[in-house]
Design a protein around this ligand. Structure first.
Ligand code: ADP
Ligand code: MG
Length: 249
C-alpha cells in the first residue's frame, strides 16, 4: 500500500475525457514523477488529489483516508501541500511574512494577526520561519517584498511556505517551468536536500527530463489521460511506448 493510492480515476470536461482510468500508487518517502505530453491530464490529476476538482469516477486514498468529498483546506490539513504552476505568494508582504503565515496556520489552524504578539511560542515560530528560509537559502532576502523577487526566488519562497506546513506529501506541478538553467539546478539541489531527509513523499510533474532523472525513484508516463508505463527511471529512458507518446514514433 502506498501513502497515496489512486484507483480508476476518471474526469471528463464536457466532451473531453481528460482522465480515462488512472491508477497510481505512490510509496511513502519516495519521489514519484508524472511525465507526459502537454494536455495528457497531469495537472487535472493533481487537481483531483487536492480537492480542486472532483473526479467523476474512482477513489483517491491518502494515508488510509479518502480525500474525495473534502475541501482543499481539509486535504491540506491531512498533510498534502502543493506547489502551484504559478507561484501563489502574497506579493505585498515580505519574504519573512509570507513564511510566517503557514507557520502560524500550522499551529493555530488559521492565521490571526494578533499572533504577532510577543510571547515564547511566537519566538518559536519566528525561529521556525527563519530556519525554513535558511533551508531554501533565502535568509538574506528576509525583508524583501515578495512581488519584487525573481521567478526562481518566488518558487523557492512558495516551496518554503509549503514546507512550513510540514506536509507528508508534497505535490509539485512543473516546479522549474520558465526557470533559467541556474535556477533549475538550484531547485534540483533544494529538492534533493528535502528528499534526503527521508520524511517526505514527493509527487512531481515535470517536463524537464534532467529534473525528473535527478530526483525520481519511480516514473509514471501519462498520455491522453491514461498511464502508459510505470517504472524506475533507468527503464523509462528508452522505452518504446514513451518515445511513441512524446515523439509520435
Ligand atoms: P497537462 O497538465 O498534462 O498539460 P491538463 O490536465 O492541464 O494537462 O489538461 C488535460 C486536458 O483537459 C487538456 O485537453 C485540457 O485542455 C483539458 N482541460 C483541463 N482543465 C480543463 C477545464 N477546467 N475545463 C475544460 N477542459 C480542461
Ligand atoms: Mg499541466
Amino acid at each position: 500500500m502506498g501513502i497515496l493510492e489512486v484507483k480508476n480515476v476518471g474526469k471528463r470536461f464536457g466532451g473531453l475525457q481528460a482522465l480515462g482510468d488512472v491508477n497510481l500508487s505512490v510509496q511513502e518517502n519516495t519521489c514519484h514523477a508524472i511525465i507526459g505530453p502537454n494536455g495528457a491530464g497531469k495537472s487535472t490529476l493533481l487537481n483531483c488529489l487536492i480537492g480542486k476538482l472532483i473526479p467523476d469516477t474512482g477513489s483517491v486514498m491518502f494515508d488510509g483516508n479518502s480525500v474525495l468529498g473534502r475541501k482543499p483546506h481539509e486535504i491540506n490539513q491531512m498533510g498534502i501541500s502543493r506547489v502551484f504552476q504559478t507561484p501563489e505568494i502574497f506579493g505585498d508582504l515580505t519574504v519573512f511574512e509570507n513564511v510566517m503565515i503557514p507557520c502560524f496556520a500550522k499551529r493555530d489552524g488559521s492565521f490571526r494577526m494578533h499572533a504577532y504578539e510577543s510571547s515564547d511560542s511566537e519566538h518559536d515560530i519566528i525561529a521556525q520561519a527563519e530556519a525554513m528560509l535558511d533551508e531554501v537559502n533565502m535568509l538574506d532576502k528576509r525583508d524583501v517584498v515578495a512581488s519584487s523577487l525573481s521567478r526562481g526566488d518566488k518558487r523557492r519562497l512558495e516551496m518554503a511556505m509549503c514546507l512550513s506546513q510540514k506536509p507528508k506529501l508534497l505535490l509539485l506541478d512543473e516546479p522549474t517551468a520558465g526557470m533559467a538553467r541556474a535556477d533549475t539546478n538550484n531547485t534540483i539541489e533544494l529538492l534533493k536536500t528535502i528528499k534526503a531527509k527521508g520524511d517526505i513523499t514527493m509527487c512531481i510533474i515535470e517536463h524537464d527530463m534532467h529534473v525528473v532523472f535527478s530526483l525520481a525513484d519511480k516514473i509514471t508516463v501519462l498520455a491522453q489521460g491514461t498511464p502508459l508505463v510505470e517504472d524506475v527511471p533507468e527503464n523509462i529512458k528508452g522505452h518504446p511506448k514513451v518515445r511513441e507518446a512524446y515523439l509520435g514514433e
